[in-house]
Design a protein around this ligand. Sequence first.
Ligand SMILES: NC(=O)c1ccc[n+]([C@@H]2O[C@H](COP(=O)([O-])OP(=O)(O)OC[C@H]3O[C@@H](n4cnc5c(N)ncnc54)[C@H](OP(=O)(O)O)[C@@H]3O)[C@@H](O)[C@H]2O)c1
Length: 285
Amino acid sequence: MTSSLALSNGLRMPQIGLGVYLVTDVAVCESSVKAALDSGYRLIDTAMAYRNERAVGRGIRSSGVPRDEIFLTTKLWPSDYGYEKARAAIAASLERLDCGHIDLLLQHQPVGDVQGAWRAMEEAVDAGTVRAIGVSNFTAADLGELLPKARIAPVVDQVELHPHWQQPDLLPYLAAHDIVPEAWYPLGHGARKLLDEPAVASAARAHGKSAVQVILRWHVQRGFVAIPKSTDPAHIAANIDVFDFELTAGEMADINALGKERPMFRMPRRLMKAVMPLARPRALP
Ligand SMILES: NC(=O)c1ccc[n+]([C@@H]2O[C@H](COP(=O)([O-])OP(=O)(O)OC[C@H]3O[C@@H](n4cnc5c(N)ncnc54)[C@H](OP(=O)(O)O)[C@@H]3O)[C@@H](O)[C@H]2O)c1
């Protein structure tokens, strides 16, 4: 079973969840979500842009886990920003998921009419169709623009975050504003150069765990939410089996020392602004 963190609006969010980015095969997505829920996960992370919301919803409904035990996240893509478009996109997402409500709705990227979309997201919270709202890929500067105009504060910023990229500028800002850091690429997208780090391997040997489990435990002890993606049932089960050991202060320090100066994924802001508001995600058939 996973531990959870208190969000600034009082909701609790599990610290380990299943990410389903690039899991576009309907049957695989549905069975992965069901396998995760069977293994004790209670957080599922999808997005309108992943084109798998219907399959996620089916996986949740077929799991037999009561809906109120599950924390379901989805994200608005910038082609749906602006007040009117965001309202319509939220309604369409609720219909595709078919799970009653969305626990956490994120703005996927900080480009386009962020303010208009935020207003539509706030109204969805007022209406009870969405329980909490947040952002993804926002820098401290992006949040600095949004926060003064937000009636409802963002509870989470989902960003690239793993031992090789520890967001040195953003994390202090998030802590100061009571925004939980949520890690995408929590395993560095599965890159061997991260999994094979000697500090990770040594902790894995000491605790009889895998490198992946050590990295996920590091996220938990740092106070992050992490959403590793897997479609392999054995990996899915292993990735939540990280609550029976604790990394020592020395092991945490050795992994903290692995931080590098650049993220793995980089896209210039001018390209994001030019491309993302045009790329409208297609719904599943
Ligand atoms: N907001 C954003 O802009 C954004 C961007 C990227 C990702 N995300 C979210 O973050 C989630 C995770 O990111 P990600 O999928 O790119 O990277 P990731 O979770 O860091 O890594 C996934 C890779 O690790 C492998 N893996 C998982 N568990 C493993 C295990 N126990 N042993 C060995 N290999 C394992 C997976 O392969 P197998 O499937 O074979 O296990 C996959 O190749 C996404 O699914 C999505 O929900 C958000």
